[in-house]
Design a protein around this ligand. Structure first.
Ligand code: SF4
Length: 325
């Protein structure tokens, strides 16, 4: 999901800090292993991965470091917050009896869900502080309504009875790595077949990028398989921004492949944590990165790395920021 807030945290051993990422929707999972009053960040290899944080590392290791180790704050974005709002509306609509799950009813939920969101995340109030007349807010809300309305052209909620909504899942692999995340919707057919559904408020990717979009879904399928010993029959991405539905029917080999990929990723993260070598990987996505001021690619300096970093030549240690590129 690319336009909403994902606050899944990894078990880094680092103290909790303000983190708002623009990866997914409200995967708000608190890392309870983190002592709230710890004095300083400690760089510890993660014990768990979510699709968003795995995606961060694949996109740019330094971005992962900024989000997971340094816990640098990020400004809430209108697009990400709208994604969170739309997800909340789609979830709440299933509280109503099937016949009442109509587009007008769904749209009517938007203002109330926005109020709830603002109450639970006061920092979102800063999104519209420069909009005293409320024009931009009105436009933003009406765009959220338009996305909600488009859902009805793609699925018919009056014919759906989700087995789960906003389902937190977590499973441990044999290696000890824990995979965790929140699945938007799980449908279970009378035959027992499982469908995992994810809503996106952005547009569907071009076909050549579909594999990347499916990574998150295969991640969830792997977790479900690990938990229930059932390979989901279908993975379904619902793109409200463009009105597309992308589906994929996984087989066991897909999930085994994803598991191998995640283990390799975990090892790479562990290595970077130990060495302090978090390399920036500039792409056009840097335009959406909140951390350019700390990024060497943009003339910035990362915060001091909270771990003695092994010096490459002397074999000794020094308190460093990052290893040499
Ligand atoms: S600006 Fe780009 S290269 Fe730098 S940390 Fe952000 S994503 Fe990575």
């Amino acid at each position: 999901m690319e336009t909403s807030i994902d606050d899944v945290t990894e078990d880094t051993g680092a103290p909790a800090g303000p983190t708002v990422t623009a990866a997914d929707h409200a995967d708000a999972v608190t890392d309870t292993a983190v002592p709230a009053a710890a004095p300083a960040p400690v760089a510890t290899a993660p014990a768990s991965l979510s699709p968003s944080r795995a995606g961060d590392f694949m996109q740019c290791p330094l971005l992962y470091r900024f989000r997971v180790i340094d816990r640098l704050p990020e400004k809430p974005s209108e697009a990400a917050t709208r994604g969170t709002l739309v997800h909340a509306v789609l979830e709440r609509l299933f509280d109503a009896p099937a016949a009442e799950r109509t587009a007008p009813r769904a749209k009517s939920l938007v203002p109330g869900q926005w109020d709830r969101l603002r109450e639970s995340r006061p920092e979102l109030g800063e999104l519209f502080t420069d909009d005293p007349e409320g024009e931009r807010l009105a436009q933003w809300l009406s765009e959220a309504e338009r996305l909600v309305e488009r859902w009805f052209t793609l699925e018919d909620p009056s014919r759906l009875e989700p087995a789960e909504r906003e389902l937190f899942v977590e499973a441990e692999l044999d290696s000890g790595l824990r995979l965790r995340g929140i699945i938007d919707r799980v449908d279970v057919a009378p035959t027992g077949e499982v469908r995992i559904v994810d809503y996106k408020t952005g547009k569907a990717p071009r076909p050549q990028y579909a594999e990347g979009a499916l990574f998150q879904m295969k991640f969830y399928a792997l977790v479900v398989w690990r938990l229930k010993k059932v390979v989901p029959r279908r993975l379904q991405l619902v793109y409200l921004g463009s009105g597309d539905v992308l589906t994929y029917d996984p087989v066991l080999a897909d999930l085994e492949r994803v598991e191998r990929k995640l283990l390799a990723l975990w090892e790479a993260i562990r290595l970077a944590t130990e060495t302090g070598d978090w390399r920036p990987r500039p792409t056009k996505l840097c335009g959406w990165c909140d951390h350019q001021a700390h990024c060497p690619e943009f003339g910035g300096t990362p915060p001091p790395y909270p771990l003695p970093v092994r010096a490459a030549e002397s074999g000794g240690t020094e308190q460093g920021r990052m290893g040499p590129d």
